[in-house]
Design a binder for this molecule. Sequence first.
Ligand SMILES: Cc1cc2nc3c(=O)[nH]c(=O)nc-3n(C[C@H](O)[C@H](O)[C@H](O)COP(=O)(O)OP(=O)(O)OC[C@H]3O[C@@H](n4cnc5c(N)ncnc54)[C@H](O)[C@@H]3O)c2cc1C
Length: 385
Amino acid sequence: MAEHSDIVIAGGGPVGAALALGLRDSGLSVTLIEARVPGAAVDDTRTIALSHGSRLILERLGVWPGLAAETIPIHRISISQQRRFGRTELSADEANVPALGYVIGYAALQRALASALEQTTVRVRAGCAVLAVSGDAEGAVASIDAAGTRQELAARLIAIADGGAQLDIAHVKTHDYRQSALVCDVASEQLHQNRAFERFTPDGPLALLPTARGWSLVWTVQPERAQQLGTLVDAEFCRRLHAAFGGAVGAFTKAGRRQIFPLVLKCAGPPVAPRTLLIGNAAQTLHPVAGQGFNLGLRDAWELARAVLARGESDPGGRELLNEYFSQRRFDRIATILFTDTLIRLFCKDIPLLNGARGLGLAVLGAVPPAKNFLARRMMFGARG
Ligand SMILES: Cc1cc2nc3c(=O)[nH]c(=O)nc-3n(C[C@H](O)[C@H](O)[C@H](O)COP(=O)(O)OP(=O)(O)OC[C@H]3O[C@@H](n4cnc5c(N)ncnc54)[C@H](O)[C@@H]3O)c2cc1C
């Protein structure tokens, strides 16, 4: 007979783990299935800019105290375009918050969530891959590969949080940006002073986020150029970065190991199987511009947990609850996808007429407090800010 849990979460990345934590006091049995083997290091050099809104959620999940010491607060964000006029700066003081956001390593975030989960009754099955899910009006089933043995897990709800990796249960619309994000640690002559930079270039945006070691770089370029930049010796890489970014932080003095992420926008429709839903990157995978992906996925996890908790111990996979969740998340999802996609379409094309208009737009944004406030709130809280 298949093992049973009220809720199975397929994927224990940061979004799946956050959902499991949000459900810890639900009175329901929850099983989290994660493909990575127990104790394996997370080989991912990306850093995540957590928004102020995400900090509030992580506080409610009880994770923030274990995380705070590893984060670097962002006090100012400078937004500009390469070799063109127009620039705007957002500041925590003006937005009246302690920080506009917080930078944390992806691996450190995963560790903090995993260690918080150890204090709960959530059953974590690491080293198990979910192969397929199915569902009907009565229940859902996840087929898993547990160290070479195929097993079935029955549930009332299966939340898929596999990062959009494999599970094929919904129609997914995709748009290939034909860009890759090259990610690595860099150091510069000037200290970061809790500043972050987003600089738009015709190839794609280039972001610098403050870290304990200097900066975390996310440099978006065409895939072939990313591969080429990835193989350069450090000194030459630093020189090219300086040429692309300019002198706002002085010369770059060090570059760490480089990782490359292909960038494709993915937007999944509702799953075909009843009693299943998608959250985080499984539901939508965004361009990393403006650091919105995890922040949006965390709101998916938080809102789903709240919807389940609000119904007490009644059926968590019932159609009413799922419909309510979809319609509640729709606006935030669509608005955030449009926000990031529009930034790329608008700012990363070298069209002379557009260059002037964009510069003007950035200058106006910097000078008009309500417009600036709108942008700051969008970065901090998402579409419902
Ligand atoms: C370069 C870059 C920079 C970014 N910067 C930011 C930022 O500053 N701010 C921000 O908010 N977002 C950022 N993002 C987006 C962010 O990384 C993602 O939105 C976030 O990681 C999504 O989390 P997730 O848990 O949904 O998916 P993932 O992080 O992909 O985790 C999925 C998990 O599921 C597991 N898994 C996969 N398949 C299976 C299976 N079949 N069975 C069981 N387990 C499985 C995987 O092992 C993994 O642990 C960035 C993305 C990139 C590429």
